[in-house]
Design a protein around this ligand. Structure first.
Ligand SMILES: [Zn+2]
Length: 485
């Protein structure tokens, strides 16, 4: 492993030409954060009027850095967010650094950071501003300066780079979702993205946290090497896509999406998150590391999502599968003192699962069922077509891949198209009703595209047509296994 890393380092690392020294870089970062996290910007709240001051400031920095403006010569990607009482216009600020490879430059590495924070409130008669210096003026300052280094090293860039200051993150990843939805991959073929979110506490956190590098083939080794090469250490690394930052909407499109942070060690989501608390020397080192990472990834061939990740990336909300089950069925003679003896039952058919909310799923199915009971005339065997609809109450969201347990309640309708009793054809004209309906109650679990269920079937309509035979109902227990496609 070590040898591999060293060889890769020798081949891939391109020394970047710094624009300014580390000391000056850290002062520039301090200036950005001081402006963005000042009280006059009122906490950059989504939909708050003062946020335009942040937008204007960032645009000025993009212009000074020389980023290309992809929206008719402007940097703003607008989106709308409708709430119950208002229609809020959001603004992502998008700058482009064109790569130098004639083919690869049509693909993009995105360096993103959310520009919004939590605004202000009046507390005990006083206006209190959530300045959000670490969260996330630090990230915005970092992408601007990483972009400036990349502009000076454009000949080393293969793919192009997007510098994206996203709006509306705190309000629910609104800006990044809108951008991923309408611009990717149509306008921008983004191959990998980063959400740089809270990077102002390097020393206090004891290193960098990163999550999601494993979504890129060889990504974790690459991250370990680059971070080490830049004289930084990894404090925590997670093999997951972070859902609380702008990585999530890109990951949902199968794009490797990495969260870079120095953790939640600042006064996270508190009014005390102010500019003077940040470690600007540490930020400067992270900026240089990010610029190096972007250059390296811009030239990496192939740049592919890891196969495990492709399987895990999305939750389509709808799945279908094949179900097979077995159990026992019997006639319950509710007006008499005995029940018929059970017979083996079996079923096979198709099942679908639709996620309605995080904890509720709808599960329609159509199966063929072999059912029956021991009767006074011998063994009754029926062959039926059974449409059914279950409601699942789950302990977690996710897909059929996610380990989930659930309770199930539903209804079935059964139509018997053939049957035998005591060796002769079952009498569906005078003795038994072809149709049966009732309730399904059960429990089960999903894991890795397989579902196990245990269900009790409770018939509600009398199956014997001749009332002289008393009241007879279908009952049964069965165990089923569904394999999702
Ligand atoms: Zn944040």
């Amino acid at each position: 492993m070590k040898i591999r890393i060293l060889i890769a380092a020798a081949i891939l690392s391109v020394p970047l030409c710094p624009v300014i020294g580390q000391q000056q870089l850290s002062e520039t970062l301090r200036n950005h954060v001081t402006v963005l996290a000042s009280d006059s910007l009122s906490g950059r709240g989504f939909g708050f009027p003062e946020k335009h001051l942040a937008v204007d400031y960032i645009i000025k920095q993009y212009e000074a850095a020389g980023f290309s403006a992809p929206y008719d010569g402007g940097y703003i990607h607008k989106f709308e967010h409708r709430t119950e009482i208002a229609l809020i216009e959001g603004k992502n600020i998008i700058g482009i650094i064109e790569g130098s490879d004639p083919v690869l430059k049509n693909e993009y590495i995105l360096l993103g950071a959310h520009l919004d924070h939590m605004g202000w409130k009046v507390v005990n008669g006083q206006k209190v501003v959530w300045n959000g210096a670490d969260d996330n003026a630090s990230g915005v300052a970092a992408i601007i300066e990483a972009g400036r280094i990349l502009m000076a090293n454009r000949e080393s860039l293969g793919r192009s780079v997007i510098i994206a200051a996203f709006d509306g993150e705190e309000a629910g990843l609104l800006g990044s979702s809108a951008f991923a939805k309408t611009e990717v991959p149509g306008k921008f073929k983004v191959r990998m993205m980063f959400s740089i979110d809270m990077v102002g506490m390097l020393e206090k956190n004891g290193g960098i946290n990163h999550a999601g590098f494993g979504a890129l083939t060889g990504g974790e080794e690459l991250a370990a090497r680059i971070i080490l090469e830049n004289g930084l250490t990894i404090n925590k690394a997670y093999d997951k896509i972070e859902f609380r930052t702008d990585t999530w909407p890109f990951a949902a499109k199968g794009i490797p999406a990495v969260y870079i942070s120095t953790g939640l060690v600042s006064p996270y989501h508190k009014p005390e998150d102010d500019a003077h608390l940040l470690d600007y020397a540490g930020m400067a080192r992270i900026v240089e590391m990010m610029a190096g990472t972007a250059v390296e990834l811009s030239n990496l061939k192939p740049l592919d999502a890891d196969a495990r990740y492709i399987v895990r990336k999305t939750d389509p909300g709808v799945s279908a599968g094949f179900r097979a089950g077995y159990g026992s069925a019997f006639h319950a003679h509710t007006t008499q003192f005995y029940n018929a003896k059970p017979l083996l039952s079996a079923e096979a058919g198709l099942e679908a699962q639709l996620r309605l909310t995080r904890n509720i799923r709808l599960q329609p199915a159509v199966t063929y069922q072999l059912s029956g009971s021991k009767t006074d005339a011998g063994k009754l065997r029926t062959h039926s077509l059974v449409p059914q609809l279950d409601l699942l109450l789950t302990n977690s969201g996710g897909s059929v891949m996610t380990p989930t347990v659930f309770l199930l309640t539903g209804a079935y309708y059964s139509w018997s198209f053939a049957g035998k009793e005591g060796g002769a054809p079952a009498d569906f004209l005078a003795k038994y009703d072809k149709a049966d309906y009732g309730l399904r109650l059960g429990a089960g679990m999903n894991i890795m595209k397989v579902q196990f269920t245990y269900v009790y079937k409770y018939g509600l309509n009398r199956v014997n047509l001749d009332p002289a035979g008393g009241e007879i109902f279908n009952r049964g227990f069965h165990f089923a296994l569904t394999r999702y496609f």
